[in-house]
Design a protein around this ligand. Sequence first.
Ligand code: NDP
Length: 279
Amino acid sequence: MATLIDGKRISQEIKDELKEKVSALKEQGKEIGMAVIQVGNDPASTVYVGNKKKACAYIGIRSESYELPEETTEEELIELIEKLNQDDRIHGILVQLPVPKHINEDKVIKAISPNKDVDGFHPQSVGALSIGQKGFVSCTPAGIIQLLKRSNIEIEGKECVVIGRSNIVGKPMALLLLRENGTVTVTHSKTKNLKEVCKRADILVVAIGKPKMIDASYVKEGAVVIDVGIHRNENNKLCGDVDFESVEPIASAITPVPGGVGPMTIAMLMNNCVEAALM
Ligand code: NDP
């Protein structure tokens, strides 16, 4: 039976540490501010934005909310970002993705100052990560490293297999595991013999976006399995990319869905915002 990696508890621990830091900064007269921008009213985005604002309030970060109409132009959005780039009271800028189709996401990401890029999506942040320089790291993979470290799971020298190569999860995950001295393999939809490759893993990170695709036949006995996926099944219950019931008996440790990777993303966003204020 696997140990459950408790993302709810670990994310709470991180938020409480940040709360203390923020309160100490307040005593020195420094207030931290984050701008949260949402264009349109996609219901899922509204939930994510609400959770981010709630986390800011808990930690003591002042959040400034910009709810822009669906028909906002790319120019208007970029103009707002540029204004916020210049605003000393704002340390982090978050644009909730996806933006409506008429707005070029890449241009929006590039418009955010790398010093306020708390999502870690700016090409400069990604470049810094790949050459081992300081910069903001995408929150979900950064959260996974925290889950591993705070669960005393050694990464150095381990065979790490990442399924998925997206810019926000798979690729930065691979770079972070490499930075921690793991031996890293990245797999994707064109990978041949996926099962055999996955079976080599001491640490298997699954970010495919396919409900319950990874069952025990992909997992080595005793492996650590991190499930990034989030889906709602036909009974409206949350599940991941990993078939938990099948994998849990053979893994040594595993993240549940919900309560695994999910809560870590917001905790790391808050961490990035505090780091931004300390720069
Ligand atoms: P993407 O859809 O951007 O990427 C999926 C990746 O999986 C691609 O690289 C794709 O390969 C690969 N893939 C797809 N099918 C297969 C297959 N059959 N075999 C091997 N590889 C395959 O997803 P994201 O990285 O954005 O997200 C992945 C999952 O994580 C989703 O369920 C998402 O909802 C969730 N997520 C959760 C977060 C959290 O906070 N917990 C945050 C972000 C995402 P290719 O490149 O060849 O197409």
